[in-house]
Design a protein around this ligand. Structure first.
Ligand code: PXG
Length: 421
């Protein structure tokens, strides 16, 4: 790309494009980076610089860039049937095939999927399905959904309400009512005075305490990611999920496991739920489903909820123009076929995940790193001012943002998670 054209595009961007999660004025002053191509694990900017994309786009390009098989699948489907809906008793081959393939990959009790265009729409669908389920069960008072502080479940009003990001909720509220938040299992930040084992149990006790406070007959569901992604790659202590499962089994509460980031190999299994031996009633998915090549998401629905919605529900008044979009579904199908045939998930579990873990842990020797943790292909470094006490830098120094910017300059995309809480 020639420089004058790059300058022109940057000016168009500055003048007309309102970017997501962006301080518009600051970006206008600084200007955007222009990314023009990508191959394998590298993105390329307008000056031809190769940058290692350790973020896989936004946690989504699971197969990497430039996979011509995905381009081919999209092209063929665009020629054959570029669009049709599945609203009025119609379907099309890619949606039906993808539904079957997904259910074959999901844990055995999951045999249905509802398609959406994104992870946020998937979580909107979750909210509606959960409340609809309890209404059909004759318990419409079961409305509360318990989520976690600092969680990210999307940016629609329902997604933002389920999420626990204070800065998001401070804008454009009020949030959807009937959603409560409990503490996250963030041992490094909140639990270092005890063992990770003990802390995991304390966090599960917080769930039980909240259920008791809200009234067990009023709590519909608990939603969480297996490993909290956008919140800071928060890998729970090993004791956490067994203790959470134990609490949920003592009350009649649905488990929603948000697999938008953890699904499709990131933790070395097809789903994070498999890694942690969870039996979710609902699993929102997106991102890696199509390796991000086209937008598609969905909710995998366990038999318990599906049976009630199917047998007792009548029409479910919910859906999107692009639910099960044929081209997106065709790309997702091809993506899953490639992941299977190339044993990508096994490779993460047996080779790349353990290798990353070994090399990652070595970074803990650095004076600024308080903890280096990883699981599968998710890793986090805790940046500290004082290694002995774990004390943070003053927020005004923007330590995380500075590291991120330096990495970018040196040719590495990574993510700074410095959410004000
Ligand atoms: N659930 C989870 C767990 C997510 O991470 C969504 C739902 C929403 O998906 P859509 O497709 O509507 O964006 C997400 C999205 C970041 C970042 O900076 C993470 C996401 C989105 C944007 C930025 O880490 N995750």
């Amino acid at each position: 790309m020639t420089s004058p054209d790059a300058a022109r595009l940057k000016a168009l961007d500055r003048d007309h494009y309102m970017h997501p999660f962006t301080d518009f004025k600051a970006l206008g002053d600084e200007g955007s980076r222009l990314i023009t191509a990508a191959h394998g694990v590298y993105i390329e900017d307008d000056e031809g610089r190769q940058i290692l994309d350790a973020m896989a786009g936004l946690w989504c390009v699971n197969l990497g860039y430039g996979r011509q098989e995905l381009v081919g699948a999209a092209t063929r489907q665009l020629q054959q049937l570029p669009y049709y809906n599945s609203f009025f008793k119609t379907t099309h081959p890619p949606a039906a095939e993808l539904a079957d393939t997904l259910c074959g990959l999901a844990p055995g009790h999951i045999n249905r999927v509802f398609f959406t265009g994104s992870g946020s729409e998937a979580n909107d669908t979750v909210l509606r399905m959960v409340r609809r389920y309890w209404a059909l069960k004759g318990q419409p008072e079961k409305q509360w959904i318990i989520a976690r502080d600092n969680a990210y479940h999307g940016s629609t009003v329902a997604g933002m309400s389920l999420g626990g990001m204070a800065p998001m909720q401070a804008q454009g509220g009020p949030c959807v009512p009937g959603i409560a938040h409990i503490r996250q299992p963030y041992w490094f930040d909140e639990g270092r005075e005890m063992s990770p084992e003990a802390f995991g149990k304390v966090c599960a006790e917080a769930l039980e305490a909240r259920i008791q406070a809200l009234g067990p007959d009023k709590v519909a569901a608990f939603i969480a990611e297996p490993v909290q992604g956008a919140g800071g790659a928060i890998i729970p202590p090993e004791s956490y999920w067994p203790a959470i499962k134990d609490v949920l089994s003592r009350y009649d509460i649905l488990l929603v496991v948000d697999e938008v980031i953890c699904g499709f190999g990131r933790l070395g299994e097809w789903f994070g739920s498999v890694h942690y031996d969870l039996e979710p009633d609902l699993m929102p998915i997106a991102k890696g489903l199509s390796s991000g090549y086209l937008p598609i998401g969905g909710v995998l629905v366990g038999d318990r909820v599906a049976r009630t919605l199917i047998d007792d529900g009548g029409e479910f008044h919910h859906g999107f123009t692009y639910s099960g979009h044929p081209v997106c579904a065709a790309v997702a199908l091809e993506n899953l076929r490639l992941m299977k045939s190339e044993s990508v998930v096994e490779q993460v579990r047996q080779v790349t995940g353990p290798y990353l873990a070994k090399r990652w842990k070595a970074l803990e020797r650095h004076p600024l790193i308080g903890e280096a943790r990883s699981l599968g292909l998710i890793g986090a470094l805790e940046i500290v001012a004082d290694k002995a006490t774990g004390a943070r830098f003053d927020k005004s120094l923007k330590a995380g943002e500075t590291c991120r910017d330096i990495c970018f300059e040196l040719g590495l995309v990574m993510r700074c998670c410095a959410w004000p809480r």
